[in-house]
Design a protein around this ligand. Structure first.
Ligand SMILES: NC(=O)c1ccc[n+]([C@@H]2O[C@H](COP(=O)([O-])OP(=O)(O)OC[C@H]3O[C@@H](n4cnc5c(N)ncnc54)[C@H](OP(=O)(O)O)[C@@H]3O)[C@@H](O)[C@H]2O)c1
Length: 300
């Protein structure tokens, strides 16, 4: 299933997040086979960032797939991100985490990502985290240059609050096509701070990262998490679903902004359950609000 992002450009409703790809222990042939399997399932979009993987090498792992099978490139969409500067082997001079949206930095990072991904273009580039020192006009010039050079097709933001988003959009000649941020039943900050409503205002499809709270939902560590696990389990039984991940995906997808989910798993059975959650029984409003309320949303 696809979501139309802009001008007939679509991404798959379920996206494969590649942040943990280095943990999947797949050799290059297995990675090729995995990407081909995803495409067969209708999952064509892969989410990257310059900093994913130990020593920032997950884009390289994916690039090896495209090097071996370049014909796969036209069948998929690649998202990548930059702006987070963290200490790493690649950047040994960095001692403290900080954010950078300067033109020279962004262009350099995009060039490095393209080299690692073995691709001449990125479909969607996201500014990974808001840079409090951002110069919106300079960022606009950077985006226009990257578009003009054919290196990036579309642009968006990640982890910005509505005011930060609006401020950058105001100075941008390109309309941001998406906003990627965290949302799951253990983390509803983006409902509380208006970011979800802002997506409706902007007419954009949000992309939710860590939909399963990074796996924490399966191993509750405190009373709040334990309670949420029980609430989800109760709704799972009511809906006759196999696992609570499907309950969560149905909860995430019910929002009218027609969101996209960025999965963190490489496990095919779990990916199939995510696809299954797109169909079949719908969660009732009452079940949906029950999860939101138990997650800590206060109406009055
Ligand atoms: N824009 C941003 O700032 C940002 C930040 C973080 C992440 N992201 C993107 O979002 C993607 C997803 O994030 P995430 O990895 O945190 O997603 P997630 O789906 O919340 O967590 C994935 C983790 O949950 C585990 N898991 C899944 N189903 C499970 C089950 N039934 N039982 C037990 N464990 C289970 C997975 O283990 P298995 O692998 O064993 O299934 C994996 O370790 C990332 O890959 C990245 O592309 C973006």
């Amino acid at each position: 299933m696809k979501v139309n992002i802009q001008n007939n450009f679509s991404v798959s409703k379920i996206v494969i997040g590649c942040m943990r790809m280095n943990e999947w222990n797949l050799n290059v042939e297995q990675r090729v086979e995995f990407v081909e399997w995803c495409i067969e399932q209708g999952i064509t979009t892969f989410d990257h960032a310059d900093i994913y993987g130990s020593n920032h090498h997950n884009e390289e792992l994916f690039g090896e797939v495209l090097e071996l099978k370049p014909q796969l490139r036209e069948k998929i969409e690649i998202i990548s991100k930059c702006s987070i500067c963290v200490p790493s082997k690649e950047n040994p001079t960095i001692k403290t985490r900080y954010f950078n949206s300067d033109s020279e930095y962004i262009i350099n990072q995009v060039n490095k990502s393209l080299e690692k991904l073995k691709s001449s273009y990125i479909d969607i580039l996201l500014i990974h985290m808001h840079d409090l020192l951002v110069n919106p006009k300079e960022l606009n010039d950077t985006f226009l240059q990257l578009k003009e050079e054919g290196k990036v097709r579309y642009f968006g933001l990640s982890n910005h609050n509505p005011l930060e988003f609006d401020t950058l959009q105001k100075y941008s000649d390109v309309k941001f096509v998406t906003h990627q941020f965290m949302l799951n039943p253990l983390g509803i900050e983006n409902y509380k701070n208006g970011t979800m409503t802002h997506c409706l205002k902007e007419g954009i499809h949000p992309m939710f990262w860590s939909p399963l709270a990074g796996g924490r939902i399966f191993n509750p560590k405190n009373a709040f998490e334990e309670n949420m696990r029980n609430v989800l389990e109760g709704i799972r039984k009511e809906l006759h679903l196999e696992e609570i991940d499907e309950v969560i995906y149905k909860w995430l997808l019910k929002h009218p902004s027609d969101p996209v989910i960025v999965l963190g798993t490489g496990n095919r059975q779990r990916i199939k359950r995510a696809l299954h959650s797109l169909e079949g029984v719908q969660m009732t409003r009452e079940q949906w609000y029950k999860i939101l309320t138990e997650a800590g949303y206060k109406f009055w």
